[in-house]
Design a protein around this ligand. Structure first.
Ligand code: NDP
Length: 296
């Protein structure tokens, strides 16, 4: 197996890195807050790298998982950056839910030193990452994907080649825009039904065996909204970013997409109102405030 480096021990990156550490890949770990990487390497079979360059030095596959593509780009530069040590023939796999334009720019910079680049965002949430059951959607050269597939299979259950560089990012953004739409519209519908005297669990019982069901209605509302648990697993700020990328893809392709554009506006407003640390499902609290209704 190739040697691997992983950068970005966030909510989803940490369980992904745990599986890689258990897979005996000579794993090297870097995180912006060094204490997290130190704690991780004390607990798992991984070496704590003090800089991105030290993480990438000698690695065959370098995996990044940061909030936005611009963060990945900023890790590339300077004497401590990834591009200082990424060697010819290695592969940079970006698992960030990124934006296609930045991924294409990153791919070009990597290609200039014979390094391959794949955008490889993931879906399945923190629970999917913990179970090594993520879906990985990949943009870039299909032959390069085949080379790194055994590494991605350590945390991914379904690995799909979507097209050229940026195609993985685009698919991920549209998927998450659908998640956002379902969250918002299910909240509006349940608020209306609550006001009409129908209990939300009764409405969900019907919807979840009918044609209006979604991951939001089947899982997120029963487990997180009706219980008022609202656990923090995926920040609203990141979902806002994803919907913005989907709206941007539609604009770039000159596809009229009023629902995507409106969803992007609504999620930007909710993100600003609820702050950086709010979970994505907390957008329901924002709809509750707008409608004067609590869904419980
Ligand atoms: P988090 O906000 O939990 O973690 C972000 C990670 O990136 C942390 O390790 C943080 O370091 C690091 N980081 C933040 N800014 C920078 C920067 N400027 N330079 C270097 N490192 C930085 O994010 P998630 O783990 O939730 O998400 C990561 C990516 O995965 C995102 O693109 C997200 O959209 C996507 N994703 C997330 C899912 C989820 O359920 N959480 C599901 C599917 C995809 P530090 O420790 O120093 O703060």
């Amino acid at each position: 197996m190739p040697t691997v480096a992983f950068l970005g021990l966030g909510a989803i990156g940490t369980p992904m890195a745990r599986h890689l550490a258990a897979a005996d890949l000579g794993l090297r770990i870097w995180n912006r807050t060094a204490a997290k990487a130190a704690a991780f390497s004390a607990e798992h079979r991984a070496i704590h790298a003090l800089t991105p360059a030290a993480a990438a030095d000698g690695a065959d596959v370098v995996i990044t998982c940061l909030p936005v593509s611009a963060d990945v780009e900023s890790l590339c530069d300077g004497p401590d950056g990834l591009l200082a040590t990424l060697r010819s023939g290695s592969v940079l796999v970006d698992c960030t839910s990124g934006d296609p334009a930045t991924s294409r720019r990153l791919a070009a910079r990597c290609a200039a030193q014979a390094v391959a680049f794949l955008d490889a965002p993931v879906s399945g949430g923190v629970a999917g990452a913990e179970q090594a059951a993520l879906t990985v959607m990949v943009g870039g050269d299909a032959a390069v994907l085949e080379r790194v597939r055994p590494v991605l299979a350590v945390f991914g259950k379904k690995i799909v080649h979507c097209g050229g560089v940026g195609a993985g990012d685009a698919v991920k953004a549209v998927n998450n825009a659908l998640l956002a739409l379902h969250l918002w519209s299910t909240a509006e519908g349940l608020a209306a039904l609550t006001q009409a005297g129908v209990r939300p669990e009764v409405a969900l019982d019907v919807i979840n065996t009918s044609s209006g069901r979604s991951n939001a209605s089947m899982n997120l509302f029963p487990e997180r909204v009706l219980t008022r648990a609202f656990p923090r697993t995926f920040r609203l700020a990141l979902l806002d970013k994803d919907v913005g990328i989907a709206a941007g893809v539609a604009r770039e392709q000159k596809v009229a997409a009023p629902m995507l554009q409106l969803t992007a506006e609504l999620f930007r407003a909710a993100h600003v109102a609820l702050g950086e640390e709010a979970d994505h499902v907390e957008v329901v609290k924002w709809v509750e405030r707008l409608t004067g209704t609590v869904i419980e």
